[in-house]
Design a protein around this ligand. Sequence first.
Ligand SMILES: Cc1cc2nc3c(=O)[nH]c(=O)nc-3n(C[C@H](O)[C@H](O)[C@H](O)COP(=O)(O)OP(=O)(O)OC[C@H]3O[C@@H](n4cnc5c(N)ncnc54)[C@H](O)[C@@H]3O)c2cc1C
Length: 425
Amino acid sequence: MNRSRRRWLQSAALACLGTAAPALARPKARVIVIGAGFGGATFAKTLRALSPRTDILLIDARAHWCTGPFTNLAITGLRSVASITRSTADIGRAHGVRTLVDEVTAIDPVTKTVRVVGGKRLQADRIVLSPGIAMRWGAIEGLTPERSATMPHAWTGDAQVQALRDRIDAVPDGGTVLISAPANPYRCPPGPYERTSLIAEHLINTGRKRCKILIADAKDDFTKRPLFLAEWDERYGGMIEWISRAKGGEVVRVDPATGEIWLRDQTTSIGTHLASIVPAQKAAGIADTADLVDESGWCPVNPQTFESTRHAAIHVLGDAVIAAPMPKSAFAANSQAKLCAAAIAAALDGRPAPDARMINTCYSLVARDAAISVSGFYSAASGRIAIVSEGVSPLNPPDGQRQREAAQAFDWYESISTDSFGPRA
Ligand SMILES: Cc1cc2nc3c(=O)[nH]c(=O)nc-3n(C[C@H](O)[C@H](O)[C@H](O)COP(=O)(O)OP(=O)(O)OC[C@H]3O[C@@H](n4cnc5c(N)ncnc54)[C@H](O)[C@@H]3O)c2cc1C
């Protein structure tokens, strides 16, 4: 780690820890956290540490789910689905916060009241949401939530992860695989391209080198594009074909019953043996129901505190927020959660919010033992997030660099999972 990066991390940590002195005089505050994923779990843990007297309730609709990171390894058999599965109850135990497995159906942003399917009506002083994403169903003809199971996106850590793994096993040698990549912004910008790489390697390693993988893209560019293209060329020959939006790559219609896909401006369909259709996205439904989204479909926030600009004392984190140039990633959600917890602890104690400093690194495996990465350091001022510095893996790396980055990616997954969710029970 170079000296400026170390200084940045130290100052980011101090900015948070500087707010740790608890004010014993104030009444006990109640904070409800909605979503126990990377943002919500990290927030709950950090606020517990910074504000020990605060009553924290962590709610998630799901008792168990798969992490987004390493989903692409699970679908290609490099990890078991169980090894990337986490539990809401275990997170609560690890972080010393109460948990509730139930779906939040309504939030009154004025009275700070939360309603859940189970019928409970819960009151808080502050509400923090890290609810993730929802799909924009309706943009692709023929694709509904139910029919999507046949062309699994596997983008939200549910049963589609195992379904996609099973479907990859059934692709014959010489078969056609199509992976769609949505328009920006969406969860995990390099995700579709990492998926393509690992599926290509898996097909070759399982005797199916005559398969073809098409990436039907709704955009003309994507993160780390020169690196991905060079790696695909070198490792997988002509197996992968990227179809940009300009070349008609946008998926406009599907027939999950037959596997046929129609791209924009094409009258004939593409027949596929496997399709993973990742639809365009927006903030999770509860953010919309609670009046926290703007016309973009995402949640505007003050990036120094992650407080909603639409409703006071309600904060939103992670993939659901407008935080560009930060990507929608687990690392970004974890970093935003720490800042938000420090800001709320400070507000509860009547102190100013700390300086906003956040970090992100997105590793992408291009093979089981080779990875590329992009990193960014961010600050926030005048209502905007700005890049302080950024870096990307070199196009022509020194010997062994891709392998070293793969080892870092595996270490990163273990450390961010443990940091966010606690040790595996
Ligand atoms: C294939 C893939 C690969 C990825 N790889 C990486 C990677 O290598 N590195 C990286 O940094 N990121 C990666 N990501 C992205 C990462 O998964 C997300 O950015 C991260 O999960 C966002 O955290 P979050 O807290 O915003 O949302 P989530 O982790 O999705 O958590 C949201 C939680 O809120 C709950 N919830 C939603 N609505 C309600 C409600 N109404 N009531 C109760 N609970 C509710 C949901 O059940 C969910 O558990 C990847 C994602 C995918 C799909």
